[in-house]
Design a protein around this ligand. Structure first.
Ligand SMILES: NC(=O)C1=CN([C@@H]2O[C@H](COP(=O)(O)OP(=O)(O)OC[C@H]3O[C@@H](n4cnc5c(N)ncnc54)[C@H](OP(=O)(O)O)[C@@H]3O)[C@@H](O)[C@H]2O)[C@@H](O)CC1
Ligand SMILES: [K+]
Length: 247
């Protein structure tokens, strides 16, 4: 496990804490996802405020699990605020009602969706059109090695990272091992939003460049849980009504 200069939650602890919030904590997944996705949208607005004129196009890469759900929620907030124009790529949809609802809400907002990887590549190759890429492909339940179609997608982002828009990673840079960091495939995120608390791989992200930006969001745990999981230092970074904190 990586040694970090800040308190972290391993993949196992993050899953355990998540389960605890939804069992003894009596939270629903919809509530947690809404707070997580809102934090992602707020951090994006703060770090990449929209330029004036036409809404800034944001490509939202949506994975098959709850990390993808965070991306769908963030897309809704960004679209509702009016100055961003999210477009989705969601290749492996689940039939779960929560996700069908999130997709319906986005359709009602006229959020577009790309159907193929070729369309994604063509959009990104159109230099300057996409201003930001949200990586909500995988979170703390990812286990390498990465499978298709996500492997081809992340390889494309990796190879072309200096030609395309900055990547904002939700909770984990997708493709990275949650506890160990980079694998042979690196999405090259510019910004990471750690949810609840950073995972061990966040230390590698911070070390990987002076210009890397790290935010904390998903403010849903109380002091007792923070103490139990030894992440009080992290939770104490929030002041007053903060929903996000730049670390
Ligand atoms: N309390 C919190 O902090 C909260 C956290 N939240 C968010 O939830 C996230 C965790 O969500 P999660 O547990 O649903 O799993 P996630 O990481 O999205 O991916 C699972 C999917 O990926 C797939 N998959 C796995 N490995 C793969 C591979 N190598 N190649 C290809 N596919 C692979 C796997 O497929 P399977 O292996 O099961 O076939 C499954 O479908 C967390 O990071 C945060 O963003 C909030 O929403 C709520 C509160
Ligand atoms: K991610």
């Amino acid at each position: 496990m990586i040694k970090a200069g800040f308190k972290t939650l391993s993949a196992k602890s993050a899953a355990q804490l998540d389960g605890e919030l939804m069992s003894t904590g009596a939270f629903s997944i919809d509530q947690l996802m809404e707070l997580a996705g809102l934090a992602v949208a707020k951090a994006i607005y703060k770090q990449y405020p929209p330029s004036t004129g036409t809404p800034n196009k944001v490509l939202v890469l949506v994975g098959p699990g709850n990390n993808g759900g965070d991306g769908l929620v963030a897309a809704r907030h960004l679209k509702t605020w009016g100055s961003y124009d999210p477009v989705l790529y969601y290749p492996k949809k689940t039939s779960n009602q929560l996700y069908s609802n999130l997709v319906k809400q986005l359709q009602d907002l006229q959020v577009g969706e790309l159907q193929t990887l070729e369309e994604v590549k063509a959009l990104l190759n159109n230099k300057g059109e996409v201003k930001l890429i949200i990586d909500s492909l995988f979170g703390f339940s990812f286990k390498p090695p990465i499978r298709e179609p996500f492997k081809d997608l992340i390889s494309f982002l990796s190879v072309n990272h200096d030609k395309i828009a900055p990547v904002v990673a939700v909770d984990i840079p997708s493709g990275w091992d949650v506890d160990q960091g980079p694998t042979d495939i690196d999405i090259n995120a510019s910004m990471l939003i750690s949810l609840t608390a950073p995972k061990p791989c966040a230390a590698r992200f911070v070390e990987s460049g002076k210009d890397k930006v790290h935010y904390l969001g998903g403010r849903f745990i109380n002091k007792e849980i923070a103490k139990k999981y030894d992440i009080e230092d992290i939770i104490d970074k929030y002041k007053n009504d903060d929903l996000i904190v730049k670390l």
